[in-house]
Design a binder for this molecule. Structure first.
Ligand code: SF4
Length: 54
Protein backbone atom coordinates (compact mmCIF):
# COMPACT_ATOMS: atom_id res chain seq x y z
CA UNK A 1 0.00 0.00 0.00
CA UNK A 2 1.58 3.33 -0.95
CA UNK A 3 1.90 6.13 1.56
CA UNK A 4 -0.06 9.15 0.46
CA UNK A 5 1.35 11.39 3.17
CA UNK A 6 1.09 12.11 6.87
CA UNK A 7 -2.32 12.81 8.36
CA UNK A 8 -1.50 15.90 10.40
CA UNK A 9 -4.88 15.76 12.11
CA UNK A 10 -3.64 12.60 13.84
CA UNK A 11 0.15 12.98 13.87
CA UNK A 12 1.55 13.99 17.27
CA UNK A 13 5.14 14.37 16.06
CA UNK A 14 6.37 11.36 18.02
CA UNK A 15 8.97 10.64 15.29
CA UNK A 16 8.51 6.87 15.54
CA UNK A 17 8.21 6.75 11.76
CA UNK A 18 11.57 8.47 11.43
CA UNK A 19 13.12 5.97 13.81
CA UNK A 20 11.67 3.20 11.66
CA UNK A 21 12.78 4.74 8.39
CA UNK A 22 15.28 7.55 7.90
CA UNK A 23 15.15 7.18 4.14
CA UNK A 24 11.77 8.79 3.50
CA UNK A 25 10.87 10.54 6.75
CA UNK A 26 12.55 13.58 8.17
CA UNK A 27 11.75 16.30 10.66
CA UNK A 28 11.47 19.66 8.90
CA UNK A 29 12.65 22.38 11.28
CA UNK A 30 11.04 25.22 9.34
CA UNK A 31 7.66 23.51 9.07
CA UNK A 32 8.10 22.12 12.59
CA UNK A 33 6.69 18.73 11.66
CA UNK A 34 7.52 15.35 10.20
CA UNK A 35 7.46 15.12 6.43
CA UNK A 36 7.40 12.18 4.05
CA UNK A 37 9.33 12.61 0.82
CA UNK A 38 9.93 10.29 -2.08
CA UNK A 39 11.15 12.58 -4.88
CA UNK A 40 12.63 9.75 -6.92
CA UNK A 41 9.64 7.45 -6.47
CA UNK A 42 11.74 4.76 -4.83
CA UNK A 43 9.41 4.00 -1.93
CA UNK A 44 9.03 0.24 -1.64
CA UNK A 45 6.05 0.07 0.77
CA UNK A 46 7.86 -2.12 3.30
CA UNK A 47 5.30 -1.03 5.92
CA UNK A 48 7.62 -0.52 8.91
CA UNK A 49 6.43 3.06 9.44
CA UNK A 50 2.75 2.14 9.20
CA UNK A 51 3.18 -0.80 11.58
CA UNK A 52 4.76 1.41 14.23
CA UNK A 53 2.70 4.58 13.92
CA UNK A 54 0.09 4.59 16.63
S1 SF4 B 1 4.86 7.73 13.77
FE1 SF4 B 1 2.85 8.57 13.15
S2 SF4 B 1 2.27 9.94 14.83
FE2 SF4 B 1 4.46 9.56 15.04
S3 SF4 B 1 5.45 11.25 13.91
FE3 SF4 B 1 5.22 9.54 12.47
S4 SF4 B 1 3.28 9.92 11.41
FE4 SF4 B 1 3.29 11.18 13.27
Amino acid sequence: MPILGIDYEKCDDCQICYNACTRYFRRDKELNKMVFEDPNNLFDSCGRCIARCK
